[in-house]
Design a protein around this ligand. Structure first.
Ligand code: GLN
Length: 548
């Protein structure tokens, strides 16, 4: 039977709960304990797919096509597992399912209430994941902060689990912030005490408290939290702010978190091995020569909107023992004045995913710049649409080619709705989502990158390359190097007469892992690292001959 670890957050949001869950996963996995993870999101949307990136940050897509919270991306990257739809639960899903049951008559005669109907539905989601994953430990992150109205049913369900599956099979971990007061130079514990009191009011006594702080946490402070919050001294675990999120599992393991969880849940671990992880973190922390990459997007003010893209670039750079210097370019700025000086120092250009017409012409300009100056280009979903539009305008000698997403009446709809998308009015969950197979053309950049001819990658889009223009664009030098196995859908495009201009209809960023970068990202950085740009220092001619 699976054990359950519930991770709650207190004091403030964004305290690092998601990274804590991911890190617990890394640690337990290093002890050869099988784990799975789940995120509970208290909002009423059924999934984050309909939310603006400004509201929510990135929508992470699982292989089975669920649109989920970006924390799932961290779980996948840290634990190195593929999660599915069961790992993402929202209040919207819970309520719509309970109400659908009520309409069907499943509770005939009963009054439907938060307790027990909603909480039972929530607990079923916990157990469904346990059953499906067969993991020894299921780690569950309760989104939001303790005390939020929306989160109450989730906490109540978490509380009930201890009775349902037995005390020794459930563990509560609370992640809090210890603020620092400049005037007195003190780290304060009172907000943590309050938030633990709030948890206790609901009936949850935390077993472990993880204390996030930008400042060192003294023994006194740890003793105080242990005393006031009634947790073992060794269960008060500091989580200092570190330079890379990948260091967190090491910091927590150093404080004995793995052994503590193993003891409390009576798990049977095998010997732990975080050596590879440690090696990777050492490499991340070693100064490396940067590769300058311009990320030309629409939501660049909010870095979380491109979370997986940024991570995938880092993984790829790490592979080449380089660092990434990311220049976030709001695409609209390229549109307005035609000034592309921000691109002049870029050794590579990424155009990531996105929706809607705003900023598109700026992205097209970035693609023109990459094509004309032979700068490596990586297009991700919308970035492929942009590359096709740009190339079509060049090849057909017209400014007209466009996607019908941005210009419904264009005379050259080089990107158009998928046939199955026509007539679909509803927005939620209606895109082409999740894994689809893609056959790669021998000898293409894509095939060389992947080293195999059939790959599966994750999708999230409505619009598609219009086959009506395939022949014409191919004759002009575009290579459709990735196709659906029936040959009907273009999945990867590249340019023949260019060192590395490749774009995919899928989102390769979702499958990148720190020690296993996605092949397209890896080869993109591989091509970019050798490009010499404005402002770069060419190697100095050190030969003494020159000075004679
Ligand atoms: N807006 C485009 C579409 O719907 C691209 C989507 C994306 O980049 N994820 O097809």
């Amino acid at each position: 039977m699976s054990r359950y670890i519930f991770v709650t957050g207190g004091v403030v949001s964004s305290v690092g709960k998601g990274i804590t869950v991911a890190s617990i996963g890394t640690i337990l996995k290093s002890h050869q304990i099988t784990v799975s993870a789940q995120k509970l999101d208290p909002y009423l949307n059924v999934d984050p797919g309909t939310m603006s990136p400004y509201q929510h940050g990135e929508v992470f897509v699982t292989q089975d096509g669920a649109e989920t919270d970006l924390d799932l991306g961290n779980y996948e990257r840290f634990i190195d597992i593929d999660l599915g739809a069961e790992s993402s639960v929202t209040s919207g899903q819970i309520y719509s399912s309970v109400i659908a049951k009520e309409r069907r008559g499943d509770f005939l005669g009963g009054t439907i209430q938060v307790v027990p109907h909603v909480t039972t539905e929530i607990k079923e989601r916990f157990m469904r994941l346990a059953e499906k994953s067969k993991a020894e430990v299921v780690i569950i992150e309760v989104g939001g902060t303790v005390g939020d109205i929306e989160g109450q049913p989730f906490l109540e369900a978490a509380r009930q689990m201890r009775n349902d599956v037995g005390r020794d099979n459930v563990l509560y971990v609370h992640v809090t912030l210890l603020p620092h007061l400049n005037s007195t130079q003190e780290v304060k514990t009172k907000p943590t005490q309050h938030s633990v009191n709030e948890l206790r009011r609901i009936g949850i006594q935390p077993d472990i408290i993880i204390c996030r702080s930008d400042y060192p946490i003294s023994e006194d402070i740890r003793n105080k939290i242990s005393l006031f919050c009634d947790v073992e001294r060794r269960a008060v675990i500091p989580m200092p702010t570190v330079s890379t999120i990948y260091e967190v599992p090491l910091v927590l393991e150093e404080e004995g978190l793995g052994q503590l969880i193993i003891d409390k849940l009576k798990l049977k671990p095998l010997s732990s091995d975080l050596k590879q992880w440690q090696k990777m973190v050492n490499l991340i922390k070693t100064p490396r020569e940067p590769v300058n990459i311009a990320l030309v997007g629409k939501y660049v003010e909010l870095k979380d909107a491109y979370f997986s893209v940024r991570e995938a670039l880092q993984h790829a750079a790490l592979h080449h023992e380089r660092d990434v210097e990311l220049n976030w370019v709001p695409s609209e700025t390229l549109e307005n004045n035609g000034d592309n000086s921000v691109l002049r120092s870029a050794q590579g250009i990424v155009v990531p995913g996105g929706f809607g017409v705003r900023g598109i012409e700026g992205m097209v300009k970035a693609a023109t710049y990459a094509r004309e100056n032979k700068i490596p280009y990586l297009g991700l979903c919308l970035g492929m649409h942009v590359m096709v539009i740009e190339f079509a305008r060049h090849a057909l000698g017209s400014n007209e080619p466009n996607s019908t997403e941005f210009d419904a009446t264009t005379t050259y709809p080089v990107i158009d709705l998928l046939p199955e998308q026509r007539g679909k009015e509803a927005k939620g969950g209606t895109m082409r989502l999740g894994n689809y197979p893609c056959k790669l053309a021998n000898g293409s950049h894509a095939a060389i990158a992947y080293g195999q001819s059939l790959v599966y990658e994750r999708h999230r889009h409505r619009y598609e390359f219009n086959n009506k223009y395939r022949k014409q664009l191919e004759a002009a030098g575009m290579v459709c190097s990735g196709l659906s196995p029936d040959g009907k859908l273009v999945e990867v495009c590249e340019l023949a007469d260019h060192p590395w201009m490749v774009a995919s209809q899928f989102h390769p960023e979702f499958t990148s892992r720190p020690a296993r970068p996605n092949p397209l990202f890896r080869d993109f950085i591989g091509a970019a690292k050798d490009i010499l740009r404005e402002g770069a220092q060419p190697p100095l001619p050190l030969s003494s001959e020159r000075h004679k």
